[in-house]
Design a protein around this ligand. Sequence first.
Ligand code: GLA
Length: 684
Amino acid sequence: MRHLPMRVPRVTGRRALGAITAGLLAAGGLGVSAQAAPAAARTPAPAQAPAASDHERLALTPPMGFNNWNSTHCRDEFDESMVKGIADLFVERGLKDAGYEYVNLDDCWALPERDADGLLVPDPERFPNGIKAVADYVHSKGLKFGIYTSAGTKTCSSIGFPGALGHEYSDARQFADWGVDYLKYDNCNNQGVDAKQRYTTMRDALAATGRPIVYSICEWGQNKPWEWAGDLGQLWRTTGDISDSWSSMSSIMKANLALAPYARPGGWNDPDMLEVGNGGMTDTEYRTHFSMWSIMAAPLLIGTDLRTAPESAFEILTNDEVIAVDQDPLGKQGEVVSSRDGRWVVSKEMADGSRAVALFNESSRAQRIETTTKAVGLPKARGYTMRDLWKHSDTNTTGTIAATVPAHGTVLLRVEADRKWAQHPPALDVAADGGAVTEAGRTERITSEVTDLGGTAAHSVRVALTGPEGWRITPRSATSARALKPGGTLATDWDVTVPAGTSAGDRDLTLTVEHRARSGTWLTSTAPVTVRVGVPLPAGESALSDADPLSASNGWGPVERDRSVGESGAGDGGPITIGGATFSKGLGVHAPSSVEYYLGGACTTVTARAGVDDESGDRGSVVFEVWADGTRAASTGTVTHADAARALSADVSGADVVRLVVTDAGDGMDYDHADWADLRVTCA
Ligand code: GLA
């Protein structure tokens, strides 16, 4: 969430939420390993969910719909015509058919003051015909309507619209009279009243209306709602607010993954609304967002203004095979099967006995991710059908599930032990030893391997490796095989020459494999191969902020050179200032952050004066870490807004890459503006 005054007309200075972001990008998120219990092995299919209560029946599958918050916050475009426009598009663009049902209003729909009778008053500028008229319109389209308020004296916007604390029964009555079908009940300005008590009172008030209303408990995971909120509502937020950035989305995802045992039909973990289409992530990242929300059986509330959203957002949001994973009637949340070096395997048991399997690559380079049908909980069988839910195609495997997944990407599969497996072409595991760090002008040897994972042969296999313009790529061994038997491999050596003058950064080559199906048609699969190009640093001591990084990621806005982070565009921060001292050189970042530089084994020390930027005010706490290849070479421990800049010195002798990591110190990323002031490197 924002930590500085927002630059929007209606809202300034949003308060912090004290978000809980448990699954931090600890140690850069990578290199951490966790081994969770495999999803229950050998469960006979089909499985059935237990009988539901009336309360649970309100959301037997995770609610799907729209909420304006992520795209508009309190800006003027949030009004009656937007809400009607979304309802229209739900019908016209097939979203209603895909299962999206609720059209929900978030904060800022009301006037700041109640009327003389203590009733809520819709903002006449935004909703000139009142709320009932909008609800009626939404209903006329065969959709349902939702609204928002807070379990406090005021809502979360700093303007402070009326909250329902002490007005629960009359507010609930008003909502029911307007035809509200869904209430999101927030947590701001709660006056310290016990959460369970506040959320129970509104549950009772909703029940007293006699109208079935889905009850969305939004207390940001502060009081472990997964342990008690299922008795009150149908979904509960598990974390602080999502933002439209990779680090926000992925850290929330990781926190929510840990809560799998608590999800069930009628009661869902809510990792917050979707950002798909809002522009702050790539389509690969948005597909990961949507895949992972679906395998986590998360509520799917579209958070983009569909009237202006790009076509790619519609393609992602209406992928019905992915939605079917989310909406599976068994109602299980996918469990982490394994997680190591940013390679995540998550498996979700489905009602028909199949497993949805996500191979999620958290790292910033293409990586091969492997698991087995046994590890994801499938029964023993001779063969399995493996359906790729983004490519919409089937292959067969005898037990290995593997794919090379692009940086920040997810391969989402549905795997089942069925009799028809042998009718599908064999799955080909296409991989290469990418991730090498090299320099412009150098030639690297890369070996690719194409392995038949299926129980049937692959015929007329041929492989090609292509790169960006100007790259010379020459095969040094066979690039084709007449046939690959089950388990057989075609290995090919390639010489890859990076053109002179190539700037620092990761580049993806593409490995393309073709083989002929029994029907005679050619099948093509591709895999990315990441090559990291570094530029040597100058000899002697220099400022790292003058060099181009290999990679950079940030919690809010871009990483800034010689300035602090301003949270949105490049260059929007201020001078780097810690404890009243200003520094002309350094990096301004926002936790969670990771910035990598190429050292090429030629450097000895990295030094900095690290601290929380003064612009964070009296908030913000972070940890700075320096990693030399895979080893942590220095750490500050927790540094807060109250601390002066802390001197940091790391021995990076012999390392190829240095990684500068800032974590949120375990208390959420709010206000975590972190400065690597006076960041210097010494090289030979
Ligand atoms: C809180 C919630 C958000 C949104 C805003 C509105 O931050 O967590 O989802 O509803 O309030 O002010």
